[in-house]
Each structure stands twice: as structure tokens, then as C-alpha cells.
Design a binder for this molecule. Structure first.
Ligand code: FES
Ligand SMILES: [Fe+2]
Length: 386
């Protein structure tokens, strides 16, 4: 009898009552990791860093996404760019550490120089000793490779393949949902950013973030005032999922100080908060007085760095009178995100059980996770069909 191959992703695409989660290989196989890197991360708008990584004109910072060397730069007019951090001559890495560029980025190898607008400006000795041009070297064609970039809610999003729909289209439903937060937010790299290294596949960090089911068992502190029953699911197939709380309590420090609110927010935000994973790899939270973002940097199949930044009003981010409450707020969230490490690492380890079938969802509690799995499965199927 002929054997009919079955699509291992078909059970993921069923409705939630009968669906399974993604098969183990999506968490344990380096080959699947590489395909997902292209299909899920390079072909979409992925978060790579924060606007506050380059706070001043002329600041540059090397970053990477899955081994692609990137250079985040703020030009002398204040505009953000993301370049490939690779010299157009012999492919040397151009910038190895964050720094201030006064006029040009000089390649450390043969000193070709690029402006912060990406233009190749100087090619010393390219035509022989003391001759800085040559007819075969057209500087206009040898600028830095630049990736499409968008900054939203303090996060720098990049589309590596250049094939994604415009960000405004890709994220339109979330931009509309969070219209009130579509405004400049301000970070403070010194006291409002931190990183967590986690031994897990990046998708498990998304999956854990978008559901509130684990709140009573993993976050008893949070759950003591913002209870499971105060949360609601947020699901938008193909783009994002998450959860909201109706009982956000603004941080008040020992001096009864609070952080300044964003202006003109609707009343619901007095006690409301929402936490949404914008696929693929950016986890966002919004509140009356701050937003935050976790940019998940997939380092390997089972290793992820969570880059975290909190954002405030301009005054809230910059005024020294808020320094200690900002630091306290960052510590508070760091504690919450650290509580999640054990479970995302435990789920990763669990996926080496050869008879794990992707898992059984709760039809009531796991909707946001299922939405993410369906996005992964359908995006992978589409990629493989193309
Ligand atoms: S590799 Fe950059 S100048 Fe030669
Ligand atoms: Fe959590």
C-alpha cells in the first residue's frame, strides 16, 4: 500500500479544540530554525533594537540578526538608518562597537569612508599611491547597503529581505488598536534597558508572553492584584496576539511619586494595560505612564537574548527627578520577566520528549498561543509552496 505523506503542520491549523501545537522540530532542529529564520524573521518586520540605542545624532551601534551584521545609525539630521555593517570593498566589518561618528565611518582595513547617509565618500589610494579615485570605482554605486527600517513605540523594525508589505500595512490593525500610543515615546538607555539570556527557542518566549493562563502559578505577585479573571484575550490572526488587564496599578514609590502620564489617553487606560506580541519577535506592553518592548534576538535554535527597554513621556524619560522611580519600574518588570525564564526553558527541554505531540490547547485559555502557532504554520507552508 502506498504511504501518503501527512503534513506535520496540518494539526496546527485545525480549530483550537482539535489542534495540536507546533511539532518538536520547530524548537529543536537547526535545519527548521534556519528555514524559520528566513520565512518568519527575514521576510517580515523583525525588531532588532531600540531608538534609544543611538540617542544622539552621529551615534552608531553594531547589532546583528541571526548572524547578519547590522549597523544602527542616527545621522546628523536625526534620522535612523540600519545598514549592513559590511564594507563594500573587501567585506570588512565596519563598526565593532558603539561610538560617535563625527564626520564619516572609516573602514578599519583600507580606510574607505562612508557618510552617515550611507554614501561612499572617500577611497584613499584606490587608484595607486596618492590617487584616491579610479575610473572603475563609481562611488555613487558603492554606498552602504541599507535595509527598510521603521521606528514604532521606540523599537527599530527591519525587513531584511526587503519583500514585506509596508510596515503601516503589516501592522495596520495594531496601529489602529493602539492609535493613542502612536506617538513618540522616550527611552533612557542608562536606567531603563536590560537584557536576559534565556536557553529557549525564541518562539516559546512569544508563546509565554501572549497568554495570561500562567499568571496565578508563575506570577503570584502580579496575580495578587491583577488577577486572571481581570484579563482578556487579544487575537488578530496573522499579525498579533496577547492579553489585556483591566486592573493595572501605576507604580507609586515611597515618596508617593508617580511617573507622568501620556496625555490625551482614553479613560480605560486609567486602570487598563495591554500586552501584545507583534509577530514575529517583538513583545509590547502599554500603560498610562510607560510602554515597554522586548526584542527577541534568536541566537541559536535553543538560545535567545531578550532585549528589554521601557519608554516614557519625554519628561518622564529625561528628568532626573524620575531617575529612581524609572529604575524601580525597570527592576519591577525585570523581576516579572525573570519569573518566566524557568518555564520557557522548561518548555524547551520538554520538546526533546520524542512522543510530545505539540500539546493540547485549552480552548478557553490558549487562544492567543494558538493564533501564533497558526501564523507560524501558515507562513511556513506559504514559504515552502513559493
Ligand atoms: S575592506 Fe573596507 S576599505 Fe578595504
Ligand atoms: Fe509571564
Amino acid at each position: 500500500m502506498p504511504v501518503t505523506p501527512t503534513d506535520p503542520l496540518a494539526p496546527v491549523l485545525r480549530d483550537i479544540e482539535s489542534a495540536h501545537g507546533l511539532p518538536n522540530e520547530h524548537y529543536t532542529s537547526d535545519a527548521v530554525f534556519r528555514v524559520e529564520s528566513q520565512a518568519l524573521l527575514f521576510d517580515n518586520w523583525s525588531g532588532v533594537g531600540f531608538e534609544c540605542d543611538v540617542p544622539n545624532n552621529g551615534d552608531v551601534k553594531p547589532l546583528s540578526l541571526l548572524g547578519v551584521p547590522l549597523l544602527l545609525a542616527r545621522d546628523h539630521d536625526g534620522a535612523i538608518h540600519v545598514y549592513q555593517n559590511t564594507c563594500r570593498h573587501r567585506g570588512m566589518i565596519l563598526v565593532q562597537e558603539p561610538k560617535k561618528v563625527h564626520r564619516v565611518i572609516r573602514c578599519p582595513y583600507h580606510s574607505w569612508c562612508y557618510g552617515l547617509d550611507g554614501k561612499l565618500e572617500a577611497t584613499p589610494h584606490v587608484g595607486g599611491s596618492g590617487v584616491d579615485c579610479h575610473e572603475s570605482v563609481d562611488r555613487d554605486e558603492l554606498g552602504l547597503v541599507e535595509f527598510p527600517v521603521v521606528v514604532w513605540l521606540g523599537v527599530v523594525f527591519v525587513n531584511i529581505s526587503g519583500t514585506a508589505a509596508p510596515f503601516e500595512e503589516y501592522a495596520s490593525a495594531l496601529l489602529e488598536r493602539w492609535q493613542e500610543f502612536d506617538r513618540p515615546v522616550f527611552g533612557n538607555a542608562a536606567d531603563s534597558t536590560f537584557q536576559l539570556a534565556v536557553n529557549t527557542n525564541w518562539k516559546l518566549a512569544v508563546e509565554n508572553y501572549c497568554e495570561s493562563y500562567h499568571l496565578p502559578s508563575i506570577h503570584p505577585g502580579l496575580n495578587s492584584y491583577s488577577k486572571l479573571e481581570d484579563h482578556y484575550h487579544i487575537e488578530h490572526a496573522g499579525h498579533f496576539s496577547g492579553q489585556g488587564s483591566e486592573v493595572y496599578r501605576q507604580l507609586v514609590n515611597d515618596q508617593q511619586q508617580v511617573l507622568p502620564d501620556f496625555d490625551a489617553l482614553a479613560e480605560k487606560w486609567n486602570t487598563g494595560a495591554e500586552y501584545i506580541a507583534l509577530f514575529p519577535n517583538v513583545l509590547l506592553g502599554v500603560h498610562r505612564d510607560h510602554t515597554f518592548a522586548l526584542v527577541l534576538e534568536p541566537v541559536a535554535t535553543d538560545r535567545t537574548i531578550e532585549h528589554v527597554a521601557l519608554f516614557y513621556t519625554e519628561e518622564g524619560a529625561a528628568d532626573p527627578q524620575y531617575q529612581s522611580i524609572r529604575a524601580e519600574n525597570a527592576q519591577l518588570w525585570k523581576g516579572v520577566f525573570e519569573e518566566d525564564i524557568g518555564v520557557v526553558e522548561g518548555m524547551q527541554a520538554g520538546r526533546h520528549g520524542p512522543r510530545f505531540d505539540g500539546g493540547k490547547f485549552s480552548a478557553v485559555m490558549d487562544g492567543p498561543t494558538h493564533v501564533f502557532h497558526q501564523w507560524v504554520a501558515s507562513t511556513m507552508q506559504q514559504f515552502q509552496a513559493d
